[in-house]
Structures are given as structure tokens and as C-alpha cells.
Design a protein around this ligand. Structure first.
Ligand code: MN
Length: 424
């Protein structure tokens, strides 16, 4: 963790300017009928989960370029996640990936407590083979033609639930790589029926207070078809499984130019939005840092989420899911968590009464302008003040660099030569 003296010293340099900026923004928002302290309180209460795999350097199918001080195991990963939360105060939980993060439950819980974190959704992995695994997932897992392979994939998911129960998780996220590379390779209907049967077997064992999230993705690793290719299929799955099954929306898992915020609105309307994997993309499942390419789209997603606040049963899980190939993963995850908070704050200050009036009055220009007024507002002082209030850093990246954390852990963690770059 970062020495609190370093954080306090870094904040002391920036606090006067922040208070001045915060007061100026507060006056501006007051003229718009908004209480800046109320917005700040909502931002301060917000959290987005960190994926355990995100703190390692990612990779592409061409190469991975490891950096010094990479986490060696889940305990190093929890240290890094602890630092991210310590500085941003926006990432209180970690989402584990099994089997990558397998460890005794008591040790996981003890470590998480030490670094001030809890555990978010569990992620199963049937998109790659593990050592000593009897049956291969080369041709699929939950939808495989072979019943014993499907059973193996089901059992793995049940094991994820068991591990999750022991560490306080309340959800299982399933993403499969199943699909086909050639027209005719798989019968769409029989393949999907096999998937549904297997998913039902998992759902049947889901604890009463758990939720099951299924994640769609239109291509990769299968490049002609995937079994759970889009939100429509995902919705059908959630409907088939039952009340505790929900759709997970990964922002990078759609066709180019798809209106994701509208998908979000539809899933909310029918009570099936389970949560998000936040990232950004230019072309496909790029797994770039959240808000780095299209922050307006992120804002539009949050606009739908804020509009739905208070809907009974509405409680989507928020997680980052990115691949960091050219940056320090801790810096990227801190920046991305702040981008998510920014989109949330911008959505919070949209004048929804005025917006609804313009919509109903068919004033397209003023409706668009009213919505965009939220996006155009620089809410950074709100985010920074929320961090300062809760003991975080006004400027997390600068403070992290000043603290020299990466150099310190590089001395303690031997360099990695290979390792998994798998990101879903
Ligand atoms: Mn994902």
C-alpha cells in the first residue's frame, strides 16, 4: 500500500486549487438548481469492481510485453487492487477469475481484508484448457457436442460458485468462447439447446441470494458464429433460466456502431440488466481503457442508468474489463475507474425534468442540448473532492508515481516471462 504521508503531502500541494475549483463549480451548478454536495455524496458512494486479471499486463494474440513488478499471484494482484482503491476510493471490490486466482478461501479473505477490499462476481473459465483437464474445450464447453465435456464445464462453474460462497461473492459471470469458424460447422439450434441445458444445470445450483450473469460477445475466439452472440440471445437465455439470471453488457462485445445505450435501456425495461464490463473500443473487442475513445457513449450509458435509479430490483454490477498493453495497469485502472465516476457524475447533473419536457414537446434540439449539458460540464472537482474526503488522492496517478510503488514491487517480484494475457 501507499504510505499515507505520501498521499497527504501530494494532496496538500493541490488542495487549495481544488477547493477554489469546487466552489466555482458549485456556484455554477447552483444556478442550474443543483446541489454540488449532493452530487459529490452520490459519486463518493459509487464503486466499480476491478478484475483481478486487469492488474497484469495484457496482450494480444501476437505478443505480450510484460513489465517490471507484475503480480505473480492473486495475493500480489490484491495488493495492486488495494492501491487502486486506496488512491481512487472508487474500486472497493475485486472480481476473481477461476482457476487463475485459486487459493484457500481463508487466505483470500484475510488478504482482502488487509487491503480493504471485498469480492465481486466470480468468473469461470471454460475458454481454455487447464493442465490435467480430462477433456478439451477446443470445440466448445457448455455447448460441446460431447455430454461429458459439457458436464466438466458445468462442474467447473459449480466449483466457482463454491469458492465464491466461501469468500462472500454473490454472483457468477459466465462467458464462453463456444461458437464456430465455418458455416455448417455447427447446427445453431442444437448447439444453443445444449448450451441452455448446461446453463440450466448451473442455475439449478445457484444459491438463493446469488445472481447469474451471462455475457454475450459477437466474435472471437470463434469467428463465424458465437453461441451467445448478442443481447437478444443473451436476453433469451436470462428468460429461459429464471428470475436470478441477468444479461451482462461488455461495452466491447457488440457490432461496430451498435447503439449500446439503447440495449441498456431495453434490458432495464424488462428487468434483465445484470451489469457491465466497462472498457472502450474503436473497432471491435479492443479492451482499451474506459472512456479513452468514446467518453460520450459512456456518458449515454450512464444517462440510462441514472434515469433508472430507484426502479425496484435495479442493481447492476459494475466492473472494468480491459487489457493494458502499453501502460502500467494500475495507472490505467485508476484512470478508468475515474472515467466511470465522471460519466456517472455527468449523468447525475442532467436536468431530467427539463429533458422529459423537451422530449414530450418534440423539441429535438433542446432535448439534445439539455442532455449534452451534463456531458459538457467539467465535473473533475466533484470527483477529486469525493476522493479527498474519503482519504484518497486528489490526483491518483501523480500520487502513485510520486510514491514509487511500481519500482518497489519490481524489487520484490521476480520478472515474469510468460503468463496469461487472456482477457474476455
Ligand atoms: Mn468482459
Amino acid at each position: 500500500m501507499i504510505d499515507s504521508d505520501v498521499i497527504e503531502a501530494a494532496n496538500a500541494e493541490r488542495e487549495a486549487a481544488l477547493r477554489s475549483d469546487y466552489d466555482a463549480l458549485g456556484a455554477q451548478l447552483a444556478r442550474r438548481g443543483l446541489d454540488i454536495d449532493a452530487v459529490r455524496a452520490k459519486v463518493a458512494a459509487y464503486g466499480v469492481a476491478i478484475p483481478s486479471w486487469g492488474v497484469g499486463t495484457g496482450g494480444t494474440r501476437f505478443a505480450r510485453f510484460p513489465a517490471p513488478g507484475e503480480p505473480r499471484d492473486i495475493f500480489d494482484k490484491l495488493d495492486d487492487c488495494g492501491v487502486i482503491h486506496q488512491l481512487t476510493r472508487a474500486t472497493p471490490s475485486v472480481s476473481l477469475h477461476i482457476p487463475w486466482d485459486k487459493a484457500p478461501a481463508e487466505d483470500l479473505k484475510a488478504k482482502a481484508k488487509t487491503v480493504g477490499l471485498t469480492f465481486d462476481a466470480m468468473n469461470s473459465n471454460t475458454f481454455q484448457d487447464q493442465p490435467q483437464q480430462p477433456r478439451s474445450y477446443k470445440f466448445g464447453s457448455l455447448s460441446h457436442t460431447d455430454a461429458a465435456t459439457r458436464r466438466q464445464a458445468v462442474e467447473h462453474n459449480l466449483e466457482c460458485i463454491e469458492i465464491g460462497r466461501a469468500i462472500g461473492s454473490k454472483a457468477l459471470t459466465i462467458w464462453i468462447g463456444d461458437g464456430s469458424n465455418f458455416p455448417g460447422q455447427a447446427d445453431f439450434t442444437r448447439q444453443f439447446d445444449r448450451y441452455l441445458d448446461a446453463a440450466k444445470a448451473i442455475y439449478a445450483e445457484l444459491p438463493d441470494d446469488w445472481r447469474l450473469f451471462t455475457e454475450h460477445k459477437m466474435y472471437e475466439p470463434a469467428f463465424y458464429s458465437t453461441v451467445v452472440q448478442d443481447w437478444g440471445t443473451n436476453y433469451l437465455i436470462a428468460q429461459e433460466l429464471g428470475d436470478r439470471a441477468f444479461c451482462l453488457v461488455d461495452l466491447g462485445h457488440h457490432a461496430p456502431n451498435v447503439n449500446i445505450e439503447m440495449i441498456v435501456a431495453r434490458l432495464i425495461r424488462f428487468g434483465k440488466l445484470g451489469g457491465f464490463h466497462f472498457n472502450d473500443s474503436k473497432y471491435g473487442d479492443d479492451d482499451l481503457d474506459t472512456g479513452s475513445i468514446d467518453p460520450f457513449r459512456l456518458f449515454l450509458v450512464f444517462n440510462e442508468l441514472v434515469a433508472a435509479e430507484g426502479t425496484p430490483g435495479f442493481d447492476p454490477a459494475h466492473m472494468l474489463d480491459q487489457s493494458h498493453n502499453v501502460t502500467d495497469p494500475i495507472e490505467s485502472l485508476m484512470s478508468s475507474a475515474m472515467e466511470v465516476c465522471r460519466a456517472y457524475a455527468q449523468a447525475l447533473i442532467v436536468d431530467r425534468t427539463a429533458l422529459a419536457g423537451y422530449q414530450d414537446g418534440n423539441d429535438a434540439l433542446m432535448a439534445a442540448a439539455t442532455l449534452k449539458a451534463g456531458f459538457r460540464t467539467d465535473v473533475e472537482p466533484i470527483l477529486a473532492m469525493a476522493r479527498l474526503d474519503s482519504g484518497g488522492a486528489i490526483d491518483p496517478v501523480a500520487t502513485y508515481r510520486q510514491a514509487g510503488y511500481r519500482a518497489k514491487v519490481a524489487g520484490e517480484r521476480p520478472a515474469m516471462t510468460g503468463g496469461s494475457g487472456g482477457i474476455v
